[in-house]
Design a protein around this ligand. Structure first.
Ligand SMILES: [Zn+2]
Ligand SMILES: [Zn+2]
Length: 327
């Protein structure tokens, strides 16, 4: 629909959106709703663009500058914010959830977001389309900092969607030597073979995995897909003192059982990660700008704003890796 271009009040910044990613969260918001989603809302939280206007009192940001938006707008004052966990801020508000997001030509960044540093200048050499993938990468940074992944780990990832691939790319950067993938979708599994995975399986086969790791235990598992089943499998597959990343929120009814007692017997750790802090966001943007994590090969579809509905359908059908709207 046609909407008026928002006007900047005191402290606000207007962004002309240049690129916005569409992800599974948008599809979930659209189809099922989401805990933090307040309707009516323009979705889109993976936003990069150009500063089109600034309200009175805004300093340090100039019109024409390219910026990426960290979507969480923290209060900056509570204990969580002070500890750098601003995504857990008790009054955090999110672009595309509480405020209009990037599935529009212009997006208004509220004053408390601007003040708390959600606008990150995009370094030269990095396109807005690539910068739009900062947020999903930042969610992986959050996950893997909690899991403390590193050179000693044997990692298993469920799902070769964009987040599975980004987690694998990040794990490589953090020094993980062996990364195994379980992906039942043949097309996704075939494409993943040329990417960051050392061994790709279509399903959970304990014996095959043991052969591949030569009896080495898997000590980190990140399910990057919705559904309860991978959890039960992860608890079974993890070695002693293994770490499980609860990264993807469950969708629909949570069928399936997990042998929770194994967490006790094997002394497993379960880490949750939801979204990313402004610090994770800055780290992710620097990885992209410095070429430490390359995402160009993941952007398999670029669409126009008028194709958002078909973009959401592509996400549902899992026919692309990453889809970015370009304006
Ligand atoms: Zn997303
Ligand atoms: Zn706060």
């Amino acid at each position: 629909m046609e909407m008026e271009t928002p006007k900047c009040a005191e402290g606000e910044v207007l962004i002309k959106v240049e690129a916005c990613g569409i992800c599974r969260t948008d599809m979930k918001c659209f189809s099922y709703g989401q805990r933090d989603l307040k309707l009516p809302r323009i979705l889109g939280h993976e936003i990069a663009g150009t500063v089109a206007d600034t309200g009175p009192g805004v300093t340090g940001i100039s019109i024409g500058e390219r910026v990426q938006i960290a979507p969480g707008l923290p209060c900056g004052k509570c204990d969580f914010c002070k500890r750098g966990w601003d995504h857990l801020c008790s009054s955090v508000q999110i672009m595309g959830f509480h405020y209009h997001g990037g599935f529009a030509e212009y997006v208004l960044v509220p004053a408390h977001g601007v003040k708390n540093g959600v606008l990150n200048p995009i370094p030269e050499g990095l396109s807005c389309t690539e910068a739009a993938l900062t947020e999903p990468l930042a969610c992986c940074v959050n996950m893997q900092e909690s899991l403390d992944t590193g050179p000693g780990d044997v990692m298993l990832i469920f799902g070769a969607g964009p987040l599975g691939i980004l987690n694998a790319k990040l794990a490589r950067l953090r020094g993980v030597k062996q990364i195994i993938l379980i992906e039942p979708n043949e097309d996704r599994r075939r494409k993943a073979k040329d990417r960051e995975f050392d061994y790709c399986l279509n399903a959970y086969h304990t014996e095959e995995i043991r052969l591949f790791t030569q009896e080495k235990e898997i000590n980190v598992i990140i399910p990057c897909c919705p559904g309860m089943e991978p959890f039960g499998q992860a608890i079974n597959l993890l070695g002693k003192r293994g770490r499980l990343g609860f990264f993807s929120g469950l969708m629909g009814d949570h069928q399936g059982q997990a042998d929770i007692n194994l967490i006790h017997y094997k002394e497993l750790s379960v880490c949750g990660a939801y979204g990313c802090s402004s610090g994770h966001n800055r780290t992710a943007l620097s990885y992209l700008a410095e070429g430490k994590v390359k995402v160009k090969d993941m952007i398999t579809r670029r669409i126009g704003l008028d194709e958002v509905m078909s973009g959401l359908e592509m996400v549902r059908k899992m026919s692309e890796t990453s889809i970015v709207i370009e304006y």
